[in-house]
Design a protein around this ligand. Structure first.
Ligand code: NI
Ligand code: MN
Length: 225
């Protein structure tokens, strides 16, 4: 499993011979100017919630790639009305896709589209594939519901928001990593806007002091699991 950070909360995942794109917000992010959405491959686009900083580039990429959009039922019906391919899910449900199993899990946040359309309730994803399991938290507060995840899935990586203001901060993300029982963390949803700027060294040290490994990738950088 290869994971590429496209900035903010945007991720590319290559697994099982498929390309999965998560929460594409690239053309609106000046820090991601080097990423060209016209060359990003996508068989699936997973959306945690409907906020603009997670869905900005969905229509352009889905039209070009014919990707299947996977999210809650409200978000997928929004895109299905726009003639895009969509697979609806809802909280607690999972589905075996051709690249692996995806579960849509709870997040505490909000989820309206930029045009005001109701975007259902926000979520995160647990992906199980190629003997590697990851949790993509989406935008969320710390919540006890995270403790449910390791009851079903032993995680190899937890992707957690750490930018504060709109989501968990570093301290809450450390507790979240305890709740999901995973000591390998990829931080995201930081630095994009003034509200969520963080001190990288400070964040890495705080995780390190709890025996945990926080990775912060450069935009365009990848890791292999
Ligand atoms: Ni949001
Ligand atoms: Mn966000």
């Amino acid at each position: 499993m290869k994971i590429t950070f496209y900035g903010h909360a945007s991720l590319g995942i290559e697994v099982g011979g498929k390309h999965i794109l998560v929460d594409p917000f690239i053309t609106g992010n000046p820090k991601a100017a080097a990423v060209d959405i016209n060359t990003i491959k996508a068989d699936y686009i997973l959306l945690t919630h409907a906020h603009g900083d997670h869905v900005l580039d969905v229509e352009a990429i889905a039209k070009r790639t014919n990707a299947t959009i996977v999210s809650n039922a409200e978000i997928t019906s929004y895109y299905a009305q726009r003639e895009l391919n969509a697979h609806p899910m809802n909280h607690g449900g999972s589905w075996n896709f051709d690249f692996g199993k995806v579960r849509y899990v709870n997040a505490i946040h909000s989820s309206s589209f930029p045009d005001g359309t109701y975007g259902g309730n926000p979520g995160g994803f647990v992906i199980e594939s190629e003997h590697k399991n990851i949790y993509i938290a989406g935008d969320t507060a710390l919540t006890f519901d995270m403790k449910l995840i390791p009851l079903r899935t032993k995680l190899d990586l937890a992707i957690l928001p750490i930018g504060n203001n709109f989501t968990m901060d570093v301290e809450d993300a450390i507790i979240a990593s305890d709740f999901v029982e995973c000591d390998k963390i990829l931080g995201y949803h930081f630095d994009t806007f003034g509200y969520i700027e963080i001190n990288h060294e400070d964040a890495i040290r705080k995780f390190f002091d709890k025996g945990k490994d926080l990775m912060l990738l450069e935009i365009g950088e990848s890791i292999e699991l």
